[in-house]
Design a protein. Structure first.
Length: 319
């Protein structure tokens, strides 16, 4: 039997004392679920291979899927990855925040190779959330943190989402209410003359271009780099999902948006920011509802709607 399945999972509110407890667990090579401004992350010491292995183990994540490393600021990031002027400009524009940059990993980074899954690049970000920032300070080391859900399941925006998929597999969940953004960070890398958008997210292509004066190219279906939630079924609920539905079948739980009311609505006002924040929560709710199938209203395909529709297409993809 896998020992990770027998752990007792405590859920503790955000406080100095509980962050100190989380940092003690991190120092011992354990993993802790902690909110960021995007989704809850499952954090472990990025320089400790066993800790990183525990992250993969708890998530049941495919071993080839590399993890995002979180640091408190740009100076710490520059100890792990090689920054050029373009990367520095975007760091200054968007950090702390929901931008992850894939950059060449430094030879002396000390990062576990499990974090990068053997690539010569590392995905790195400076989070804005008070709980993750407090843990980075208390733990005083870079933290690898994928979304705190079992691999292939919906990303968690609340402590109870984490508890649903990881209870018994991790020792501690820090609860600091719902995350603000509700969508995972935007992931980019750099081409010779452009920015590659590996995963759309809260920082839009327009915002990236405005800050860098570089064009943005979508690279989601790029070769073996196996970037982001590129596995098509990555965000899948357990039920069949049908998209762009305005009149649901009787056995479908309809997630509404704007004028399409549904059983619950992402945003009755058709507000995309609100829809993003509610997205995973409503997918969880639909998955738990008695109706055997899920239908989702059409979502405006612009701005944040592009990232939402990207997640929804993955949710709808059946293996
Ligand atoms: O908002 C977020 O980014 C959340 C919070 C917790 O920070 N984290 C998150 O991590 O979404 P995760 O592990 O669920 O997604 C990271 C994605 C993975 O799909 C992985 O394939 C990609 O980043 N990635 C990591 N390192 C990479 C690299 N060196 N090259 C290309 N893609 C990489
Ligand atoms: Mg994830």
């Amino acid at each position: 039997m896998n020992t990770a399945t027998t752990l007792q999972t405590r859920i503790l509110p955000f406080s100095d004392e509980n962050i100190a407890e989380a940092a003690r667990l991190i120092a011992k090579g354990m993993v802790v679920a902690i909110p960021t401004e995007t989704v809850y992350g499952l954090a472990g010491d990025a320089q400790n291979g066993e800790a990183v292995a525990r992250i993969y183990e708890a998530k049941g994540r495919p071993g080839f899927n590399p993890l995002i490393v979180h640091v408190p600021d740009l100076a710490h990031a520059e100890r792990l990855a090689v920054f050029d002027d373009r990367a520095r400009a975007l760091a200054n524009a968007f950090w702390p925040g929901a931008l992850t940059m894939v950059l060449p990993v430094r030879g002396d980074s000390g990062l576990s190779s499990l974090v990068t899954a053997g690539l010569d690049t590392v995905a790195i970000r400076v989070p804005a959330h008070r709980a993750m920032r407090a843990l980075l300070t208390a733990a005083d080391r870079p933290l690898a943190a994928p979304s705190a859900n079992a691999s292939g399941r919906i990303s968690p925006t609340r402590a109870d989402h984490v508890a649903l998929s990881l209870t018994g597999r991790i020792p501690l969940i820090i609860d600091d209410n719902a995350t603000g953004l509700g969508l995972e960070s935007t992931i980019i890398s750099f081409g010779p003359d452009d920015i590659h958008l590996l995963r759309p997210g809260p920082i839009t292509a327009q915002a990236l271009t405005a800050a860098s004066h570089l064009p943005v190219t979508e690279r989601r279906h790029d070769e073996a780099i196996t970037a982001p939630g590129q596995l098509l079924s990555h965000y899948a609920p357990s039920k069949p999902v049908r998209l762009n539905v305005t009149s649901p079948a009787p056995d479908e739980y309809l997630i509404g948006f704007g004028a399409v009311a549904g059983d619950a609505s992402l945003s009755v006002d058709g507000d995309l920011t609100q829809a993003a924040a509610n997205l995973f929560d409503l997918l969880h709710r639909a998955d738990a509802a008695p109706k055997p199938r899920i239908a989702i209203a059409p979502i405006t395909d612009e701005g944040l709607g592009l990232a939402i529709n990207d997640r929804l297409r993955r949710a709808a993809h059946q293996e």
